[in-house]
Design a protein around this ligand. Structure first.
Ligand code: SF4
Length: 308
């Protein structure tokens, strides 16, 4: 028997000697020729011992066939308990399982995919939904309460799913919808921060493009401003030749396409022709025949006008 791995409990002698029984069981469970050397045993309890055999199967490096044998009290016969393939201390294992929601990366979502958000998602917080009592952390709760008093307007109660799709005209819900506020949840401060960090990293002041830019987006005509609190730091680039076209850019970002970076010189305009209408220039139609004659001139249709 090879050197045994034992726990503090001393293994039962008869069970520890039942290596052949354990090997036969492992070979029966495994494919032919893949059960290798006996590499150790452990005492699992009173008269219960597990024998380990090397697994020679490709792809299972470090794994071991484990055959557990047992013996009844005062019995001399050792019997098989179970056989299983187990990873050893140096086994090659698959990486630890990670839930899909943590595995997802930007760009993983394809057409038709749904990405549910957790009810406790830290990036979101309750928005204004048209309830009688606006959420206490809603940015519009006070304004809406004032409007209710001033206009005695109708406020639809109930969760978003119960709201009428088209709120009645003039109601608080209609006003809120027009302002883009009638959403069950809105971005929390944390959600805004992590979005801003991401955008700043991709199109921010520290990028090589911004460092080499002649000026920042803040002074560029191609910058489209955005609404909300992020407007103080971000906009959208609308220059099709910029690497940031259609992307949210930091106001401190910049690129060589900045509208004022290099204004194209206007090509010089030639001076308009000068027409002198005060003089008539003689234009000979045919060469003079004799030295004394005067060349004939023609009118616009080519008719000869005679000698001048
Ligand atoms: S063209 Fe360049 S400088 Fe102008 S907004 Fe776009 S990224 Fe900013």
């Amino acid at each position: 028997m090879s050197a045994a791995t034992t726990r503090s409990r001393t293994p039962d002698r008869l069970c520890a000697e039942a290596v052949d029984l354990a090997r036969a069981a492992a070979e029966e469970a495994a494919a032919p020729g893949v059960v290798g050397e006996h590499v150790g045993l452990v005492s699992e309890g009173d008269r219960v011992v597990t024998h380990f055999f090397e697994c020679k199967e490709l792809g299972y490096r470090g794994w071991r066939w484990a055959a557990t044998v047992a013996r009844a009290s005062r019995a001399k016969i050792v019997t098989l308990d179970e056989v299983v393939l187990l990873p050893g201390p140096d086994a090659v294992l698959a990486p630890e399982w990670v839930p899909w929601s943590e595995r997802l990366r930007p760009g993983d979502m394809g057409p038709g995919d749904l990405l549910p958000t957790d009810a406790e998602d830290l990036r979101l917080e309750p928005g204004y939904t048209g309830e009688d009592e606006p959420a206490p952390n809603s940015a519009v709760s006070h304004e809406m309460a004032d409007l209710v008093e001033a206009e005695d307007a109708e406020v639809t109660a109930g969760p978003p799913a119960d709201l009428a799709t088209t709120p009645s005209r003039g109601s608080i819900a209609a006003v809120a919808e027009e302002l883009g506020l009638r959403r069950a949840r809105v971005l929390s401060r944390y959600g805004l921060h992590i979005a801003a960090d991401r955008w700043e990293e991709a199109f921010g002041a520290k990028t090589p493009m911004a460092q080499a830019a002649p000026a920042s987006c803040a002074s560029c005509a191609f910058l489209v401003t955005v609404g909300g609190s992020l407007s103080q730091a971000f906009g959208v680039c609308a220059n099709e030749f910029s690497p940031a076209d259609g992307r949210v850019v930091s106001l401190a970002y910049g690129c060589g396409g900045h509208s004022e970076a290099a204004v194209m010189p206007t090509p010089p305009r030639p001076a308009p022709p000068v027409i002198d209408e005060t003089r008539v220039d003689p234009f000979p139609l045919r060469p003079a025949t004799d030295s004394g004659s005067v060349p004939a001139v023609a009118d616009e249709d080519g008719a000869e006008l005679g000698h001048s």
